[in-house]
Design a protein around this ligand. Structure first.
Ligand code: SF4
Ligand code: SF4
Length: 167
């Protein structure tokens, strides 16, 4: 008998419970960086400036339940909105599941450890700056929030081949 498949492999996003949906978020914080869109061309650029509610250490929203009272334009992800949003990173679990892909080893639902998203270099820890320290956002335009980080495809530490000196 095959082992039971995890919910993200068997359920479409729109059939997930609220708890399942929320647990899909890997805690990377990439979607909580400010973005700018050119009004004329619609071109999108990313910055490394964190939303004022994002803790740049934990990479979590400091008041998730009440966030829209602080940040009215915070976008609530839904299965329908996912299809229209063009700024989620390629590593975002919602995007991966929507595209029919599996979650990577560093996702906390797979690893069982909320630190692996940071260890793999996927989160914004050490890369984001606070909004109050940033000054003009135009000085903080970066490309990495929209790109796949190098560590995202790396194997988990326990699967890496041991070198000749290692036992
Ligand atoms: S990019 Fe996706 S997985 Fe990462 S914090 Fe945002 S919603 Fe969660
Ligand atoms: S309000 Fe919270 S969830 Fe929304 S962008 Fe800011 S940190 Fe992220």
């Amino acid at each position: 008998m095959s082992p039971q498949q995890p919910f993200w492999k068997t359920k479409p996003l729109k059939a997930m419970t609220r708890a399942e949906w929320e647990s899909l978020c890997d805690g990377c914080g990439r979607c909580c960086l400010h973005k700018m869109r050119d009004e004329d061309t619609d071109a999108l650029v990313f910055t490394n400036v964190a939303c004022r509610l994002l803790s740049i250490g934990s990479c979590r929203c400091a008041d998730y339940e009440n966030r829209r009272a602080w940040v009215p334009d915070c976008v609530k992800l839904t299965p329908a909105r996912l299809k229209k949003i063009d700024w989620l990173p390629p590593t975002c679990a919602y995007r991966l599941v929507e595209e029919g892909k599996d979650l990577p080893w560093w996702h906390p639902l797979v690893s069982g450890d909320p630190e692996t998203v940071h260890q793999a270099g996927v989160s914004v820890r050490g890369k984001a700056i606070r909004e109050r320290d940033a000054g003009p956002f135009e000085q903080h335009i970066v490309r990495w929030p929209g790109q796949e980080p190098r560590g995202a495809r790396a194997q988990p530490p326990s699967d890496r081949k041991k070198g000749p000196q290692e036992t």
